[in-house]
Write a protein that binds this ligand. Sequence first.
Ligand code: MLT
Length: 272
Amino acid sequence: MSYLSNSMIMTVNKLTVSYNFEGQDGAPVIIFIHGFPFNKSMWNLQVKELKDNYRVITYDIRGHGNSGTGDEVFSMDLFVNDLICLMDALKVDKAILCGLSMGGYIALNAIENYPERFNALILSDTQCTADTPEAKEKRIKAIESISKTGVEKYADESIKNLFASESFTLRKEEITDVRGMIVKTSEQSLCNTLNALSVREETCSKLSEIKVPVLIMAGEEDKITPPAAARFMHEKISGSFLKIIENAGHLSNMENPVGFNIQLKKFIASVY
Ligand code: MLT
């Protein structure tokens, strides 16, 4: 799945950001944030579905896809600053925010710090907890193995955990696309982002303060951020909606785009 044709470049927060901004002027804005270590093309099927009725922004997080890396130490706070600076540069005062996995960590951090900038939240295949000591240890091992055996091997190992079992036979094209996204990420950016993920702070204690409509989705076979993590957030965010996406693992928007998009569209229509 290649980038949508009108991908653009802009310098914000001393960073070259590659982004897409589709749809009609004046329509409600939805911003999608991808997971690690992917890029904005993972949202192509959602952009296609929404762009006739909404303005849809996708962008490559620092160190991913066609965006630059900048000079600062990667952190969730820095990723949030990049997002807010991009919104300012594009003159987007308020948007619906949708983040998958790391994109969800960024979305939760963004709504905690800039609640006035968002009118709804979609959390997909993500969690509010910080890394456990075991998870931190795994990150350190991943950094060591990337340095020793390279990005291609890391991609092959990652793929095993990302998808639902039936996706390995039914979603071969998506798997190839995702592998392509992983190997496009430089060794340095992979390690810098793994470090940023391992020191991220929990956002669970702030969930009760979220006052906008929230949709939480998770692939039923998500092994990385399982449905239990989604249920936990659902219980903490009053009035939130929870949808478990069948036939999907961690990348539910790519593995079951029909099921995912039905819930996405229904929720967005209820917000506007
Ligand atoms: C992601 O998909 O963004 C990652 O799995 C997040 C993580 O490793 O915590």
